[in-house]
Design a protein around this ligand. Structure first.
Ligand code: NAP
Length: 347
């Protein structure tokens, strides 16, 4: 499906007035976790291309880099670009004194927000997520501080990432939650049991991260063959040798359907997410203009209920081998050191 024929529609995210593009741009891989950081000028050109193409919902976090992804975004937002975008960032994973921990105490929340505003060089963050929940701090206390930041005009809307249904409910009772970010794709569907229905009941928008299965639903096992040494995906259980051959067969079947439909597997995987409803916004990550162009073409792919069911039967939870999160049992010791910051992120 050619991107040039695609108009990027806009959707309402949550019930507080935030409007974003139906597809966003995940910026993490530009600076972190997926091999070496990419060149700033190239990534700024990509971000400007995305905004020019109508994709204005940009996703980052203070943990990406750490910090360098926000600094990159800060540069890209100069020259009037900031006014054209909806900027989402996240807090909650601290790096003080080389020690990494999840933090949601009020002093930390406030300091993290001030630091992100400075790195992004903006006055207000459109959507500010708690990246991971600090179970030592009642969620009411964390949201209480975020509510103050809304009142002070430092953030516009509040989001949660990887939160349980009960945490979402408790948080929403203190201040309306605009969006929940979670991993949702053709092969990561555990959120459908409890979390998605809770968001829908409360009128909370859903932001689907890793909608391309971290790239596997785009290119299958080729992804794993070409990973650089410092790409953390090599440790994900689904990409380990004992599971890869099996999961590649699933990708091959998805690819067959894509060929039948005259689209690419990436477009098919994204179209499946788009078909979940207009309260769902996938944020595929890419570092290449060519792939970005392909991904927005997914907005033009139409799937029948039969095609949705066929896709779901291929990549059902029973069919996928290996969990979606990082398995430290498999990582060599040196890599664990290097990847220590990911413990809290992906376990
Ligand atoms: N809240 C959280 O805890 C959390 C966790 C993970 C991610 N996220 C957010 O979600 C965003 C997206 O997730 P993700 O980057 O993990 O996974 P993803 O979007 O599922 O996949 C990204 C991978 O797919 C490849 N790709 C993208 N389009 C492609 C295409 N058309 N053809 C071939 N390959 C393609 C990218 O490579 P190229 O760069 O080569 O295109 C990259 O390796 C992140 O950027 C981040 O903002 C949030």
């Amino acid at each position: 499906m050619a991107a040039s024929t695609t108009t990027v529609r806009r959707i309402k995210l949550g019930s507080q007035g935030l409007e974003v593009t139906a597809q966003g741009l995940g910026c993490m891989g530009m600076s972190a976790f997926y091999g070496p950081p990419k060149s700033d000028p190239d990534m700024i050109a990509l971000i400007h291309h995305a905004v020019g193409s109508g994709v204005t919902f940009l996703d980052t976090s203070d943990v990406y880099g750490p910090h360098t992804n926000e600094i990159l975004l800060g540069k890209a937002l100069k020259g009037g670009v900031r006014q054209k975008v909806e900027l989402a960032t996240k807090f909650g994973i601290s790096f003080a004194d080389g020690k990494r921990e999840i933090r949601g105490d009020p002093a930390y929340v406030r300091a993290a927000c001030e630091a992100s505003l400075k790195r992004l060089d903006i006055d207000c963050i459109d959507l500010y997520y708690q990246h991971r929940i600090d179970t030592r701090v009642p969620i009411e206390v964390t949201i209480g501080e975020l509510k103050k930041l809304v009142e002070e005009g430092k953030i516009k809307y509040i989001g949660l990432s990887e939160a349980s249904a009960s945490t979402i409910r408790r948080a929403h009772a203190v201040h309306p939650i605009t969006a929940v970010q979670l991993e949702w794709s053709l092969w990561s569907r555990d959120v459908e049991a409890e979390i998605i229905p809770t968001c829908r009941e409360l009128g909370i928008g859903i932001v689907a991260y890793s909608p391309l299965g971290r790239g596997f639903l785009s290119v299958g096992s080729k992804l794993v063959e070409n990973l650089s040494k410092d790409d953390f995906r090599q440790y994900l259980p689904r990409f380990r040798p004992e599971n890869l051959a099996h999961n590649t067969k699933l990708f091959d079947r998805v690819n067959e359907i894509a060929q039948r439909k005259g689209c690419t597997p990436s477009q098919l995987a994204l179209a499946w997410v788009h078909h979940q409803g207009d309260d769902v916004c996938p944020i595929p990550g890419t570092t290449k203009i060519e792939n970005f162009n392909q991904n927005i073409g997914a907005l033009s792919v139409k799937l029948t209920p039969e095609e949705m069911a066929e896709l779901e039967s291929i990549a059902s939870a029973d069919n996928v081998k290996g969990g979606r999160t990082l398995s430290f049992c498999n990582a060599p010791f040196a890599a664990l050191d290097q990847l220590d910051g990911l413990r809290s992120l992906y376990l």
